[in-house]
Design a protein around this ligand. Structure first.
Ligand SMILES: NC(=O)c1ccc[n+]([C@@H]2O[C@H](COP(=O)([O-])OP(=O)(O)OC[C@H]3O[C@@H](n4cnc5c(N)ncnc54)[C@H](OP(=O)(O)O)[C@@H]3O)[C@@H](O)[C@H]2O)c1
Length: 329
């Protein structure tokens, strides 16, 4: 059993600890991202998790998505600092949560900056395997599946798995050159216009954007939206009010059967991010993957392997974690 660290960042002002009062939230919303940087400028250990999931810590990078986009080099340095903090705490496996993977080239940028015996994972393999399996279930009896972010680490693996299953796909992203290559490999259509998802029966959302990209106008009657993005690209609140016919599935989550993480990740009871679950699984089960295999574009075979193994039931997903998980700063 190895000690692990999982790197997170605030997805929005609600994730910032100081934003607990409504006045604090309003001030942060008006002044962030500058204020967020000046209040927090060093990664810190958010909480420890002990018990049958092994010894683990969550380390937070104190940067909001808007700042990451404005200052990507700064964001990378802070992510590296957070990884180093994990290592200082004795962690041998480091998982990259939320946008910390996209901002480090799917983790690859970190690989020559840390000792080779530290395993880095984006957690994207399990996420991609689970998402592909979920989409296969959801799309049964339906026709067109649009995948937004289809050229990314997770989206590309999902596209390849669904294409192998003979699904009718529309791949969507901004970079046409990459899209064209993916569409050729998958034998399907592509588009750089999100508006084109209007014809889709099922929409899988896999982008690294921090913007709300999908609103009611984009959705066909009775569409199903499967979203794993953190922060979310789907304006679920408004769509929920305006479109009773549309169904949402919150993907990228795994039932962790009683595992308690001592920080509020704003997830439904009993659920955790599948990228965090992958980190814990790797720390507990001696699976022999290299950092290279677990960073960059997801290998569909590894994605399906991990998804099947977790479905079969790793011990950590059957028993509750120690209730001792606590916060410390
Ligand atoms: N729930 C979980 O457990 C979990 C686990 C891991 C990751 N995630 C989330 O999954 C998402 C994807 O992560 P990733 O590592 O796969 O990212 P990635 O490798 O950076 O891929 C991002 C994809 O999104 C596309 N994209 C970015 N901005 C876009 C826009 N405005 N419109 C359309 N397409 C856009 C990119 O292509 P172009 O640049 O060409 O547009 C690319 O295809 C992130 O939100 C991450 O936080 C969730």
């Amino acid at each position: 059993m190895k000690k692990w660290a999982f790197i997170v960042h605030p997805r929005d002002v609600f994730d910032l600890k100081v934003a607990s009062s409504s006045l604090g939230r309003t001030i942060l919303r008006l002044l962030s991202p500058k204020i967020a940087i000046s209040i927090f400028n060093a990664p810190r250990v958010l909480c420890s998790v002990n018990g049958i999931a092994g010894d683990g810590i969550l380390v937070t990078v104190p940067i909001l998505p808007a700042t990451m986009y404005q200052r990507p080099k700064y964001a990378r340095q802070k992510i590296l600092e957070a990884v180093n903090l994990g290592m200082k705490n004795g962690c041998q496996i480091v998982g990259l949560g939320e946008l910390t993977a996209p901002f480090t080239d799917g983790g690859r940028w970190l690989l020559d900056k840390i000792p080779p015996d530290i395993l880095i994972t984006t957690g994207n393999s399990l996420t991609a395997g689970n998402s592909a399996n979920d989409l296969l279930d959801i799309s049964s009896g339906k026709d067109l599946i649009a995948l937004i972010g289809a050229t990314g680490s997770i989206g590309s693996a999902v596209a390849k798995i669904l294409a192998q299953e003979g699904k009718n796909l529309l791949l969507v992203a901004r970079n046409e050159k990459k899209l064209k290559l993916m569409a050729k490999e998958c034998g399907c259509h592509y588009s750089t216009a999100i508006d084109d998802i209007r014809n889709a029966d099922v929409i899988g959302v896999f982008t690294s954007s921090s913007e709300l990209l999908i609103s009611s106008d984009h959705l066909k009657h009775n569409a199903v939206v499967y979203d794993i993005t953190q922060p979310s690209n789907v304006d679920e609140g408004t769509i929920g009010q305006e479109r009773e016919d549309v169904a949402f599935v919150k993907g990228g989550l795994i039932f962790a059967n009683g595992i308690r993480i001592g920080a509020d990740l704003r997830l439904p009871e009993g659920k955790m991010f599948s990228c965090l679950a992958e980190t814990i699984v790797l720390a507990n089960n001696g699976l022999n993957f290299s950092s290279y295999e677990l960073t960059g574009p997801v290998n569909p075979e590894i994605a399906l392997f991990l998804s099947d193994r977790v479905k079969e039931g790793f011990p950590i997903f059957q028993e509750p974690l120690s209730e001792k998980a606590g916060m410390y700063f």
